[in-house]
Design a protein around this ligand. Structure first.
Ligand code: MN
Length: 275
């Protein structure tokens, strides 16, 4: 009876989760608490779970996180559910490091390479060492944007996505083309653009968000990438909920796991006063 009750709680529900950054144990604990994981297997029935990228770096086991996500992506459909992911800037960084290593990126602004940026941004040797062709293939074919219900999902709080096109389909195809190619400058631009942030803050934040929603669809942007504690000016361990801002048009869900914040699993649509 209890089991059925728990299951009923997640059936047909959509969840989103932000930047895991190698924190596999915390991820598993949070998924189990939500009722999506039994041991390490999917038990979420028809629930839909979206990862908003940044599996790698700054934490101990990025490739373990990716393995889990890829396995759940296979398992969930057996129960009518789904596990999806959009790419974060740290996926571009990990793939760029894997592909180009220390190769210099042509630049007028001093020495640049994926290796250099990877080291500066919490790259883990063990993640690179365990990156398989299957990982690379799976990541390289993920989107950067997705629409689920009224929610426009993206990793980075940026409008730079429009550099690749004017629709979700065009933008995803544009990034996929870069990742399928060998042009280090295009790859670098992909990393650089997706590292930008805070496009929806400030007095014009709502307007910027509304323009993006008008162009790409959806009623609310849901993003990771920018740690909620930084946005609110509080300590990471004080965070217990996603951050709704830009007059309700934007929901930030990066709890800041790598700086000691919670692993937030956010039900969509999110309402502030859920018991
Ligand atoms: Mn990020």
């Amino acid at each position: 009876m209890d089991e059925e009750g728990d299951r009923a709680g997640v059936e047909n529900t959509t969840y989103a989760i932000g930047d895991v950054h190698g924190h596999r144990d915390e991820l598993i604990e949070a998924l189990a608490e939500t009722g999506l994981l039994d041991g390490e297997s999917w038990c979420g029935g028809t629930a839909q779970l979206w990862f908003l990228g940044d599996f790698f770096d700054r934490g101990p086991d990025g490739s373990g996180v990716l393995d889990l996500v890829m396995r759940l992506h296979e398992e969930a459909p057996e129960q009518g559910g789904a596990v999806h992911a959009v790419l974060g800037n740290h996926e571009i960084l990990a793939l760029g490091m894997h592909r180009f290593g220390g190769e210099e990126v042509p630049s007028e602004f001093g020495p640049r390479s994926f290796e250099r940026s990877w080291r500066l941004n919490g790259g883990q040797e063990t993640d690179q060492a365990s990156l398989t062709d299957a990982h690379v293939e799976w990541l390289s074919t993920r989107p950067v944007l997705a629409l689920t219900g009224d929610h426009l999902l993206m990793h980075s709080d940026t409008v730079e996505y429009f550099s690749w096109g004017e629709s979700i389909k065009e933008i995803n195809a544009g990034v996929a083309e870069v990742l399928a190619g060998d042009d280090i400058s295009d790859w670098w631009e992909c990393w650089r653009r997706m590292t930008t942030r805070y496009a929806f803050r400030g007095p014009h934040g709502r307007q910027v968000a509304e323009q993006m929603l008008k162009g790409l669809g959806g009623e609310q942007i849901v993003h990771g990438h920018s740690v909620i504690a930084d946005q609110l000016g509080i300590q990471p361990d004080q965070v217990d909920a996603p951050y709704l801002y830009a007059e309700g048009k934007v929901l930030g869900i990066d709890g800041g796991l790598f700086v000691g914040g919670p692993c937030l699993i956010v039900e969509l649509p999110w309402t502030a006063h859920r018991p």
